[in-house]
Design a protein around this ligand. Sequence first.
Ligand code: SF4
Ligand code: MG
Length: 323
Amino acid sequence: QATLLEVKNLKKYFEIRGGLLQRVTGYVKAVDDVSFAVQRGETLGIVGESGCGKSTTGRTILRLLEPTAGQVMFDKIDLAKLSREEMRRKRKDIQMVFQDPYASLNPRMAVADIIGEALPAHGVTDGAEIRRRVNETLELCGLTAEQGQRYPHEFSGGQRQRVGIARALILRPKLIIADEPVSALDVSIQAQIINLLQDLQVQFGLTYVFISHDLSVVRHISNRVGVMYLGRLVEIGFAEELYENPRHPYTQALLSSIPRTDPLAKRERVILQGDVPSPANPPPGCAFAPRCPKAMEVCKTVRPEMTELSKSYQVACHLFRTE
Ligand code: SF4
Ligand code: MG
């Protein structure tokens, strides 16, 4: 299995400005030294509470936000170093699906025009060819050519997300970053959209980064899962292992709050104390220390680095230090 995407030491800091002169008074470290790799054809889930930096990670990979530091190797090219024009051309290979398709669909455009909008910029200018591709993609996403003539407000939430997926699919990308793609939908509709994403993945050999706060949804679709807390990746590994045997106390707490499929397996419910600290002023050691039931002295001062438990499993926690 070859690596398609490798994110290395990615950082995205936002300036905080204050006072009369609006001087920079600090930084929100929304993404703080995040590294991971995604293999061709797999789905990497990224989970965490809102504000943990998972959306910012996705947007920074796509250069919808400029990275503060780090590398984003995609097919051996560093996306973080591309010019705007080069990056625009790369959009053929990397697309994004958003949480709220309605907000990202132009209400004045017919759905077929929304879906085909990017084709001319990528060399497909013939009207008949555009129509053919749009209709084919509509069908692949469970919509009809006739529906393509309608406007976004005429569609249900689930259908709008199908339009959002069709728009991402039309250029036949290699990678799709989906940011909470089903979070705004009813549970019954969620399953349909997840099934659609999985069918398209098989059919086109797509690679997904699937971002969600919902651990159940992520488990269903992901081969591997990464857990983020306050701008950092704290645990990453194969989904089965992570869900059955979470190592990081934060992952354990998150998982203890969702119902278990195996009623005989005992897992004590861990109630997290306190709020997520501000990313503008994170604790100096482990960011999770103020809420961690297993915190030790060292956790307050020394930041835990990612440790390999096996080739395919990493955790950042002092409980797993190897030395
Ligand atoms: Fe808890 Fe310490 Fe591990 Fe952080 S490093 S999760 S505070 S045990
Ligand atoms: Mg988000």
